[in-house]
Design a protein around this ligand. Structure first.
Ligand code: THU
Length: 137
């Protein structure tokens, strides 16, 4: 995996962020297990709850094109800090790929790499529904 390239794509995507309310642009680049990259930016809304995070934009683009297995996602926000994915985005990641890497970057040279398990321990996943005792008997 080329982490540099993934972070560069996230930085490019960040430029497309639609952030008239927070003025906090975020970019994401998602690498699929098949080797494709899908990018995303945050898209805000006057009805604030309708805002979509950069990471989910990237994931939804990928899933809508038939990709559901992910290797890694790079996220860039504040260039002076490491902007971590929000809880909702982490939950969306784990729906598809419990073993993906989460790269939180300031730029191509300054980044931190985590496993999804590290950033979302003890998660609720589709497996929990399969194993649910409420389905027995
Ligand atoms: N945001 C993201 O795009 N990703 C995150 O994981 C954190 C938050 C966006 C949502 C909103 O547009 C802005 O950052 C401020 O919360």
């Amino acid at each position: 995996m080329n982490i540099d390239e993934l972070i560069k794509k996230a930085l490019e995507a960040q430029k497309q962020a639609y952030v008239p309310y927070s003025r906090f642009p975020v970019g994401a680049a998602l690498l699929t297990k098949s080797g494709k990259i899908y990018t995303g930016c945050n898209i805000e809304n006057a009805s604030f709850g309708a805002t979509n995070c950069a990471e989910r934009t990237a994931i939804f683009k990928a899933v809508s094109e038939g990709e559901k297995a992910f290797e890694a996602i790079a996220v860039v926000g504040d260039p002076k800090a490491f902007t971590a994915p929000c809880g909702i985005c982490r939950q969306v990641f784990v729906e598809f790929s419990t073993d993906m890497k989460v790269i939180i970057a300031k730029n191509e040279n300054e980044y931190k790499e985590y496993t999804l398990e590290q950033v979302l321990p003890l998660s609720f996943t589709p497996k929990d529904l399969e194993e649910s005792s409420s389905k027995e008997g």
